[in-house]
Design a protein around this ligand. Structure first.
Ligand code: TXA
Ligand code: MG
Length: 352
């Protein structure tokens, strides 16, 4: 066990002393968890193979799952990518700092430990003053996956990080909850045409507008390409059953499933929009646990609150969790993607 040092920092104007302490830990090969605009990351010096391997050990993450490299500015791209195509320049100018990860040809300086031996590297500039100050002070690119135990829900607060990794990392910079709440969009720019491997904080529609072309979603060449697409990911402890379809029919199906489970003596957790509860006509009690994620009309709010709500619900130890999706437009695609992974295939498509 290590002693994990927790440093509280201001999210907009991080205290220089805390940043230098964390940056020194990174330069010495240590592990530092830090906030980004999406979720908390677990950082190591990307040029230090031993430190990068320690990230995998701390998370219990399989070594064949590549890690994203974080830069302070797009000017540093040549340090990690051996080629920066015009589309990468265009997207960096449009979306960085921000929740977009670009897959580019890996520079030789980036050790294979970072990319799980792949010839591509995922890179992004996060939109968070603490992350940017930390990367700049460290003076090296920072390799960072989400700061959760492998397979758990990604952390959107410092408390989530401690819950998963206390005693396994050196420093945690606590700047409060993250804004976006779902991870970055991963865009592959190394194939013939751009392709989203993981929907995330930048909607696909925004990428299509910027590039002036259709951008397909999903890996083209088999499951090995983006291991983040493993079904067992982002999952709570309790089995989650996901309902997709028109809102009214979906809520009707959730109501029936809930009543059946309650009658069978089970503890049911519901993950819902605020207005769903009244619509369902159900009262929360000690066997009916409810967490809401905001209004169904505000996808930003739902993404922002999703993981914390899942973790809270899971912490109440229901026998099962029932949840619904919020459409496929904009952030709805990333929200549905994460809920489907959490459901591990238990998806009911409700017909109207
Ligand atoms: O928002 C985010 O992206 C957060 C913050 C901390 O930046 N990071 C994050 O990292 O979510 P992680 O490791 O949990 O997810 C990274 C995803 C994985 O699905 C991984 O397989 C994919 O990106 N990825 C990274 N490098 C890749 C590469 N060279 N080729 C294919 N997929 C890659
Ligand atoms: Mg992750």
């Amino acid at each position: 066990m290590k002693r994990t040092v927790v440093l509280a920092v201001d999210a907009e104007q991080p205290e220089p002393a805390a940043i230098s302490q964390a940056a020194a830990a990174l330069r010495q090969g240590g592990l530092v968890a830090f906030p980004t605009e999406t979720v908390y990351g677990l950082g190591a010096n990307a040029f230090d193979p031993a430190a990068v391997l320690a990230v995998f050990t701390a998370k219990a993450r399989p070594r064949n799952d590549p890690v994203i490299v974080h830069l302070a500015t797009a000017d540093e791209l040549p340090r990690v990518a051996r080629q920066v195509p015009p589309q990468a320049r265009l997207l960096a100018a449009a979306f960085w700092p921000g929740p977009l990860t670009l897959l580019l040809p890996r520079a030789a300086e980036v050790p294979p430990e970072v990319t799980a031996g792949l010839d591509t590297v995922g890179v992004r500039v996060p939109k968070h003053a603490v992350a940017l100050a930390l990367i700049a002070a460290a003076g090296v690119p920072i390799a960072a996956p989400s700061a959760n135990r492998f397979g758990h829900t990604s952390p959107t607060t410092a408390q989530h990080v401690l819950h998963d990794l206390d005693g396994r990392i050196d420093v945690l910079l606590d700047a409060g909850p993250t804004m976006v709440g779902v991870e970055s969009t991963v865009l592959d720019l190394t194939a013939d045409s751009p392709r989203v491997l993981r929907p995330g904080g930048v909607p696909v529609e925004a990428l299509e507008r910027a590039l002036g072309q259709r951008v397909p979603v999903g890996s083209s060449d088999g499951p090995a390409r983006a291991p983040g697409q493993l079904p067992r990911h982002y999952a709570p402890q309790a089995p989650l059953q996901l309902f997709e379809g028109a809102p009214e029919a979906t809520l009707q199906a959730i109501r029936e499933q809930t009543q059946g489970a309650l009658q069978a003596g089970r503890r049911v957790g519901l993950l819902l929009a605020v207005e769903d509860l009244a619509e369902l006509g159900l009262e929360p009690n000690e066997r009916l646990l409810v967490q809401t994620v905001g209004s169904s009309h505000n996808l930003e709010e739902i993404a922002h609150r999703l993981y914390a709500a899942l973790r809270r619900l899971d912490g109440q130890h229901p026998d099962l969790i029932l949840a619904r999706t919020f459409g496929m437009a904009g952030l709805g695609l990333a929200i549905t993607d994460r809920l489907r992974r959490a459901a591990e295939g238990r998806v009911t498509r409700v017909r109207t």
